[in-house]
Every structure is written in structure tokens, then in C-alpha cells.
Write a protein that binds this ligand. Structure first.
Ligand code: ZN
Length: 295
């Protein structure tokens, strides 16, 4: 009888051992595939289904995500929406340009401190439900400069972060100073948000109701036609808008809009007038200050 128990114990032990080794091998295999994938040329558009499977979250990711989220009263939700323009070393005295190394340090700091990057859909959802990352950040870029691809997108990818790019749609495919639709398509397919900065970058406060509707709708149409994006957001050119602009947005099915008014965004300012933090060249300590309330 004693022998019988010993034999059973050994068999059970072997089964556990095989299960453990098998699982370990399987996980390593997935990890290797993933690393191989992320090391591939970043300029290649990911098209086939096999590659897309790699990006699907596994159970660990979902668990981690749940731990990083909280539920608040929607009026208590606060999300820093960063507003960048160009990422470039070409003119270090220009306040609209953030130097490449500074941007890289900022993205790395956000990543290392477990900030959850949000696209505008995520921001809208947080303001609708109160379900929000403990450490939220929405990174945005205005105007669609070519360096947003060569430097910003590259650095975001290297750090597995994502951002939203507001495009002046009439400039797409007309001027190499701006990102073209092939580039934008690649970025969209890799998880970036491509959104509407209107077709012509006119100030809403200087134009008629019909023109307001026209430049928003043209932006929506071009984003749909060239990139397959169903655009629901607007970024006001030069930050200018008025009550009529908001009425037109509601008529056109726009769900939210961002301004250049400085501050951490909150529903109290209105979903069509979300504040942003203007990003200028700054020391990393000043950058960390922006996020003080979330640390
Ligand atoms: Zn602009």
C-alpha cells in the first residue's frame, strides 16, 4: 500500500513538472516572438494577422491594466492633455519646438513612472464613465509636421507609448513639410490617434457658421477617405472658438474638442473646451511638476 502511494506521488509530480516546463517553454516562445517583432523595422506597416496577434493583450496585461485604473465621479476626473507641435533641434529658441532629447526624456519619464497613455476615445470614455487610469496622460501634437513621424513617433514606439496627431487635412500629400497619408496610415495602424485640426486651419472666431461647418466636415471627410478614420474630435486652430462653433460641432456629431487654454483637463471646463498643457522647451523637473497630483 505504501509503495502504491509513492508511485502515485511520483506520477503526480511528473505531471506537474511537465505542465510547468511546457508553460515555461510556451511563454518564452511568445516572448521571443514578441521581441523579434518589436525589433523589426519600425517603418514597416504591420499588415498580416499574425503580427496583429502579437499586439493583443494577454491576461497579465489586462490584470495590470485593472490595477492601474480607478473609478471616480466623472466631475472629479482630471487628465493632463499635453500639447506639442514640432519635435526638432532646428531652432532651439523657438518656443513651439521641443528638442528631440527633451521629448525623449519626457516620454521615458512617463513610461518609467507608469503613466497610461490615452487617445481621445479613452479620454472621452473616462469623462463618460469615471473609469480612468490612476496616472493618466494624453499626448497630442498639432499641425502634423513631418518631424512628428521621424522623431516623435519613433520615440513613442521605442517606449511603447501612444499619442494623438491633429492634422490640417488640406496639407496632407501636398507639402513634404507635413506628414503624408502613407505615413499617417502606418501610424494609425500602429495604434496612434489621427484626428481633425480642420481642413484649412482658419480661426473659428473669424468665419461664418457655414464656413465653420465646412472646415470641420472637410476634415472629417478627408480623414475617412484617406485613412479610414471615423473622426469625432476637433482641435481648434490657434485655440480660437465660440459658442456657435460648439453648436456646429454638436450638429456634425463631434463628441469633444481641445483648446489651447492652459491647465489639466476636466469636465468642469466643458467637453468641447478641454484644456491642454502647452509644451515648450523645459527642464525635466518642470515637466515632472505637471504631474505632481498623480504621483
Ligand atoms: Zn494649429
Amino acid at each position: 500500500m505504501k509503495k502504491f502511494f509513492i508511485v502515485i506521488s511520483i506520477i503526480v509530480f511528473i505531471i506537474f513538472l511537465l505542465a510547468f516546463v511546457g508553460r515555461h517553454f510556451y511563454e518564452n516562445n511568445i516572448k521571443e516572438n514578441y521581441e523579434e517583432q518589436t525589433n523589426n523595422d519600425k517603418n514597416t506597416i504591420i499588415e498580416n494577422n499574425e503580427s496583429n496577434n502579437v499586439d493583443k493583450p494577454n491576461e497579465e496585461d489586462i490584470e495590470e491594466k485593472n490595477n492601474d485604473y480607478i473609478i471616480l465621479d466623472v466631475n472629479e476626473v482630471r487628465i493632463p492633455i499635453l500639447m506639442y507641435h514640432s519635435i526638432s533641434d532646428s531652432d532651439l529658441n523657438n518656443n513651439l519646438l521641443v528638442p528631440i532629447k527633451e521629448f525623449e526624456a519626457e516620454v521615458k519619464w512617463l513610461k518609467e513612472n507608469r503613466f497610461t497613455p490615452m487617445l481621445l476615445d479613452d479620454v472621452l470614455e473616462a469623462y463618460n464613465t469615471g473609469y480612468v487610469p490612476k496616472r493618466p496622460v494624453a499626448i497630442t501634437f498639432d499641425d502634423g509636421y513631418a518631424d512628428n513621424y521621424t522623431d516623435a513617433y519613433r520615440i513613442l514606439n521605442e517606449n511603447k507609448m501612444k499619442a494623438t496627431f491633429f492634422i490640417i487635412t488640406n496639407n496632407t500629400d501636398t507639402d513634404s513639410f507635413y506628414m503624408n497619408s502613407n505615413i499617417l496610415k502606418e501610424m494609425k495602424d500602429n495604434g496612434m490617434g489621427i484626428e481633425n485640426h480642420t481642413s484649412r486651419h482658419m480661426e473659428f472666431t473669424n468665419i461664418s457658421r457655414d464656413e465653420k461647418a465646412m472646415i470641420i466636415q472637410e476634415g472629417i471627410d478627408i480623414l475617412k477617405e484617406k485613412l479610414g478614420v471615423d473622426s469625432k474630435f476637433v482641435c481648434y486652430p490657434v485655440g480660437r472658438y465660440d459658442e456657435e462653433t460648439i453648436e456646429v460641432e454638436k450638429e456634425l456629431g463631434i463628441k469633444a474638442a481641445v483648446t489651447t487654454e492652459p491647465g489639466i483637463s476636466s469636465l468642469n471646463d466643458g467637453i468641447y473646451s478641454l484644456k491642454r498643457v502647452r509644451m515648450t522647451p523645459m527642464e525635466i523637473d518642470s515637466f515632472k511638476e505637471i504631474f505632481q497630483e498623480f504621483l
